[in-house]
Design a protein around this ligand. Structure first.
Ligand SMILES: Nc1ncnc2c1ncn2[C@@H]1O[C@H](COP(=O)(O)OP(=O)(O)O)[C@@H](O)[C@H]1O
Ligand SMILES: [Mg+2]
Length: 508
């Protein structure tokens, strides 16, 4: 169906059009040029009225409004359309922009399912549905799951815009394909995700397996507490690491180091270290477990593993994440080597198929301008993971605070509403394929709307992501509802105790 015509000055990648109805920014249209159909994306949409154009007072406005209503030629719908390339080539996966701009007078057509389906809704098994095109809602939008495992993913948006919903949706899809996903759940967002293949586990740290500096982090010994750090280093001997009663052995050894008659001043610091050991041991008994020999064994292949790190302090979460990432990368390396028939490696490995790891609050673990253990391993996976079938997904509401190197390694992006300019700037420098026009769309997106760019889509796609219903509790709390339930319950309790008291009185 013809909805308009090219007008004015045309360029090979940008045209203007007059249309019979206002077009929405983000809508895909067809430019029916004489040497083949072109796919266009509406970048700007302007509505104007001739009668109401030059109005100076209220009465004039009232009069002009009436004239405008009678005159069907009064309104004009002007559209700027970016040309993405020849439709036929785009359907084959390449983008070729016309050498000669579309002639003025070229018809603009509504895009049909046949036009867009091949590009946004391919049929191959690695493509999985995430929603529909925001402005062409009849067209389903899929993403290529293979690409996020081989080339990583970033999900970036302000709080409450649908990041965790998209993670849940990907979890659901990966689960249905018997894939292996690990979500590091820092805010207990996924414990209620009710999908068939999930495996809820608490992250564990085995203190025996750490080095002295990392153990100091876990025990929350400050970095500038030099004497405490030294005492812990001296006390954390191989014998202590191997002793049956790890905590008491460590405590005794710290006391012994602190009792050195030549360094009387150490005594006080040693006592502080002993307090911290005692404290951590009791406060984090569930997490710091010297008897869990292999924390990785909790992760199950072919499942959506939700690894709870919510009870950990930031430093401990960092240590746990670093440990898991390191072990996963090593395991995947060994399993890849083992697949090579010439390889002589006898080392055991756990996982035989690809794994995808999601890190929520990525700005905490992969911060800009600061070296952390987790960041070291995350960037190593970002660089090398592809060779071993280990993909990484980073999720954050503060893209400006994420390490730019790691962010630029993410081959695919989902970006939802972002208002902060620093954040937009960081995204545009990390992802070359995102145009200024797309970036300017970011402020006008609603909850669940996203721009998908990079290798997991054939073309930058503006979509509405499906809402995942398998969550028992939404992340937005219903305070009013809960208060009213609490009130009702209290009233019921009050009433029933009163009636009990009255009964008691009667019985007396
Ligand atoms: N695609 C969507 N469609 C409809 N509602 C959504 C969608 N994504 C998220 N929401 C709503 O917004 C709320 C916040 O989403 P969430 O994914 O937790 O945001 P974030 O992780 O970015 O803070 C959810 O509780 C849900 O009700
Ligand atoms: Mg979230």
């Amino acid at each position: 169906m013809t909805i308009g015509f090219v007008i004015g000055e045309s360029k090979p990648t940008l045209i203007s059009a007059q249309t019979s109805r206002p077009l929405s920014v983000g809508e895909y249209v067809i430019v029916d040029s004489s040497d083949g159909k072109l796919l266009g994306l509406v970048e700007r949409s302007i509505i104007s009225s001739a009668a109401l154009d030059d109005v100076h007072n209220y009465d004039e406005a009232l009069e002009s409004k009436e004239i405008a209503e009678i005159n069907i030629r009064d309104k004009s719908y002007t559209t700027k359309i970016g040309i993405l390339g020849y439709l036929e080539q785009l359907q084959k996966g390449t983008s070729i922009v016309p050498a000669i701009p579309p002639l003025p007078g070229t018809p603009i057509l509504e895009a049909t399912k046949e036009d867009l389906g091949v590009i946004f809704n391919p049929n191959q098994p690695e493509w999985t549905k995430v929603g529909s095109l925001l402005r062409n809602p009849k067209i389903d939008c899929k993403i290529n799951l293979n690409k996020i495992i081989s080339r990583h993913l970033a999900i970036l948006a302000m709080t409450g815009m649908g990041k965790s919903n998209l993670v849940s949706l990907l979890a659901k899809q990966i689960g249905s394909l018997d894939g292996t996903l690990i979500i590091f759940d820092y805010h207990n967002d996924y414990f209620d995700l009710n999908i068939p293949k999930n495996n809820l586990i608490d992250a564990k740290i085995n203190p025996r397996l750490l080095d002295a500096n990392t153990l100091a982090d876990v025990l929350e010994i400050r970095e500038n507490a030099d004497i405490q750090q030294r005492i812990l280093r001296l006390a954390f001997t191989p014998e202590v690491k191997e002793s049956k009663e790890f905590w008491s052995a460590l405590d005794e050894q710290v006391a012994l180091v602190g009792a050195n008659p030549e360094r009387k001043e150490d005594r006080h610091s040693a006592d502080r270290v002993r307090d911290k050991i005692d404290d951590a041991r009791h406060r984090f008994a569930d997490i710091l477990d010297p008897d869990v020999m292999d924390p990785i064994s909790l992760i199950k292949e072919g499942r959506v593993n939700i690894l709870n790190i919510a009870e950990l302090s930031e430093k401990q979460a960092n240590v746990a994440l670093a440990y898991y990432l390191q072990e996963l990368l090593n395991d995947k390396k060994i399993s890849t080597l083992a697949k090579n028939p010439k390889s002589k490696t006898k080392r055991k490995h756990r996982f035989t198929s690809p794994i995808f790891v999601m890190i929520e609050e990525a700005h905490v673990f992969i911060p800009k301008g600061e070296e952390t253990h987790a960041k070291y391993w995350a960037s190593k996976i970002a660089r090398e993971g592809r060779k071993f079938g280990l993909g990484i997904g980073i999720v954050s509401q503060r893209p400006r605070s994420i390490d730019s190197n790691v962010l630029s390694q993410m081959g695919s992006l989902a970006i939802m509403k972002i208002v902060q300019e620093d954040d937009q700037h960081q995204i545009s420098s990390a992802a070359e394929s995102i145009s200024k026009d797309l970036i300017s769309q970011l402020t006008s997106l609603n909850v669940g709307d996203a721009i998908l760019i990079g290798q997991w889509v054939n073309l930058p796609s503006i979509v509405h992501i499906e809402e995942v219903k398998e969550k028992v509790i939404g992340s937005d709390q219903n305070a009013i509802g809960e208060w009213s339930i609490k009130n009702k319950l209290e009233n019921v309790i009050k009433e029933s105790t009163q009636s009990l008291i009255q009964k008691d009185l009667l019985l007396d």
